[in-house]
Design a protein around this ligand. Sequence first.
Ligand SMILES: Cc1cc2nc3c(=O)[nH]c(=O)nc-3n(C[C@H](O)[C@H](O)[C@H](O)COP(=O)(O)OP(=O)(O)OC[C@H]3O[C@@H](n4cnc5c(N)ncnc54)[C@H](O)[C@@H]3O)c2cc1C
Length: 447
Amino acid sequence: MAAAIAAVEQGCSVMLVDESAREGGQIYRQPWEGLSVPGVGTMQEKSRKASLLARFAAIRDRIDHRSKTTAHSLFPGPELQIADEFGSERVEAGAVILATGVSERAIPIPGWTLPGVMYAGAMQALFKSTGATIAKRVLIAGVGALPIVVGAQLADNGVNVVAVLLLHPLRKMAADPIGLFQGRHIVLEGLQYRRSLRAKGVPILEGWAPKRIHGEGRVRSVTVAKVCSGGNFVAGRERSFEVDAVGLNFGFTANSELARMAGADCRHDPLVGGWVPVRDHSGMTSVPGIFVAGDGAELRGALVAEAEGYIVGALAAATVAKRTAPDLTLLRRELERNKRFQLAFRRTLRLPEGVWKWADDDTVVCRCEGVTLGRLNRAIGDGHLTLDAIKRNTRCAMGWCGGRTCLQAVAGYIGKPEGEEGLKPMRARPVARPVKLGALANLRDSK
Ligand SMILES: Cc1cc2nc3c(=O)[nH]c(=O)nc-3n(C[C@H](O)[C@H](O)[C@H](O)COP(=O)(O)OP(=O)(O)OC[C@H]3O[C@@H](n4cnc5c(N)ncnc54)[C@H](O)[C@@H]3O)c2cc1C
């Protein structure tokens, strides 16, 4: 949205393609048309949302806004291919800005594929879109701040949140006081959520993680355990909770497959979303005319995503129009301040090596293709040590999610340090997202 606003303000003709029915992305997600849903989020977040939506409303009539439309393929040129429910189009553009965000990730544990186990952010997305809370008794677990945020938002809306588990205490950020200071307003928002959980008597267990999820046909209870700094479970320190649902969030994977499909160079950093495109100062990838902004470029949160959207939008527009870029000093300053805070925040996202021992041989790692850890370990033992080789040998990551769910876990099980061959991203091929065959067959006039 921010990139579209900036590009229009620079006089460019803009097409905005979004899978969602309504604008807002993940954090500023709006309820489905016609539904009335209580707003969630702190006062500060609601005010940021209102301000961005108002700026977008002011330019909406000046752009070609394609909602409920998927960008499924991208090639150098750049040429973007899009599809809605009924048909598809090829779009040639002076520049393509990818602001595709991130997908959540979980660490596979026994029972994590039972119905009732969801990503924590998906629980939040469901509530923001429809007002539905999926269960009466919920346990939320993961890293970073999202478990606290989602736990508090669900508890505020009548859900019995039996516990929130954090692998690392959030006070780890205090080891970087400068970063913490730069993001003090975000820290205050986090404290509001924490206070809200405490006021409702929800236990926040720091240094704990779910060990096994139980149930037949659906989740009934969960065993949680204390975790040591290496990520292994501590013997004898276990508790059990009866639940109807479990929300997991152990970080995010960048939705970088369109950039990879176009041939953009990527680097690997599990803390900021896995395989993220390498960019220059304007946000342009190694493929001319293809830019990336927001979390899809590197996980740094909503404030960075918005500021960067304005910057990359303005610079991409200037490149296309062959004009001098506007003065972006203030935005860049804000961006740097928020990025500095994200360095402190990264300390809460680290996944120690022990987490790759949480699953057993029968645990499914690739949900789309039903590939278990036992099957994966056999392939690794047979010498299949690259992601492409694992995919060919086991079908891991061949399903409809394109590896967004399992690939980072597979990289963890291969256990190659950063930068080695084993962590080269899997080749991304069309189509990046599921598209109906009928829509592909109905190729409309293209622009
Ligand atoms: C589930 C979830 C919950 C989150 N909850 C919080 C929270 O509570 N608090 C917080 O501070 N941060 C939260 N975050 C992080 C926060 O949402 C991001 O930092 C911020 O939204 C990043 O903005 P973005 O524009 O980069 O991506 P997003 O806001 O994710 O926007 C990406 C947009 O791209 C669209 N899209 C993606 N791929 C395609 C495609 N191929 N074709 C067409 N459209 C596509 C999506 O529909 C979406 O509208 C959450 C993230 C996730 C994934």
